[in-house]
Design a binder for this molecule. Structure first.
Ligand SMILES: Cc1cc2nc3c(=O)[nH]c(=O)nc-3n(C[C@H](O)[C@H](O)[C@H](O)COP(=O)(O)O)c2cc1C
Length: 219
């Protein structure tokens, strides 16, 4: 496929056919994804390949906790889970909000789920002393996760980067035996997509660019 086509059409797949995703294909996907960049080329990624239905169910259920607040905040017109504006929904409202199935069930139903982790002992987190949430660390792992989706696409498969489960990271670590210094970055359901989207919704360049300084003319 032509590169720009791939970039414009690699979507978040949440519905999968019954087709298996064999280990050999998964190995090819990961063999290509590993060429992702990471800070200092430290390659701190570790991947747990989950096929056990009970473990997939547990991962989906752990995602439900954050999905409840996510859905409650979206319903209230908020940008969910952002670290700047405190949630305007109360605990009782969150508790009464069911987790939307499209945020949990793909994890339970996909033929394979990758739990993508990063070893924080090898990640240079330049923003760790700032008074805001850290974002730099993610740049050493999400290019890898994105490469998994690009490689999967090349092999006729698809999936989604999901992060809701990480709100329950200690439980994930206990479930899968992950050490404390290893962060869970994504829980990625993968499989053969039921349908292929070709038109993704994204803002135009002029909406997010500024010449020379914040507030400058768009490119
Ligand atoms: C960092 C990150 C976290 C995400 N977390 C979730 C998630 O927890 N659950 C989910 O269903 N999708 C998740 N997504 C997928 C996004 O919803 C998806 O990429 C976005 O809506 C664009 O979808 P599209 O490419 O199909 O248009 C996440 C994506 C990224 C990059």
């Amino acid at each position: 496929m032509e590169l720009y086509d791939v970039m414009r059409r690699t979507f978040a797949a949440r519905e999968f056919t019954e087709d298996p995703l064999p280990d050999a294909v998964l190995a090819t996907i990961l063999d290509n994804a590993r060429f992702a960049p990471s800070g200092g080329n430290r390659q701190g990624w570790r991947v747990i390949v989950v096929r056990d239905p009970a473990t997939k169910r547990a991962l989906a259920d752990l995602s439900g906790f954050a999905a409840k607040r996510y859905a409650a905040q979206v319903k209230n017109g908020e940008s969910p889970w952002n670290t700047i504006d405190p949630p305007r929904v109360d605990a009782a409202t969150i508790e009464a909000t069911p987790p939307p199935p499209h945020l949990t069930e793909p994890i339970a139903k996909a033929p394979v789920v990758l739990v993508v982790c990063v070893d924080l002992k090898v990640v240079a987190s330049m923003d760790q002393d700032l008074e805001r949430v850290g974002v730099i660390s993610g740049a050493s792992i999400y290019p890898f996760a994105w490469n998994v989706l690009l490689s999967a696409r090349h092999e006729g498969f698809a999936g989604t980067i999901t992060t809701l489960a990480t709100a329950q990271e200690p439980k994930l670590q206990a479930l899968l035996g992950i050490p404390k210094h290893v962060a869970v970055c994504a829980v990625m359901p993968l499989g053969r997509p039921v349908r292929t989207l070709s038109m993704l919704t994204r803002k135009p360049v002029a909406e997010f660019t500024m010449r020379e300084r914040w507030g400058g003319q768009p490119l």
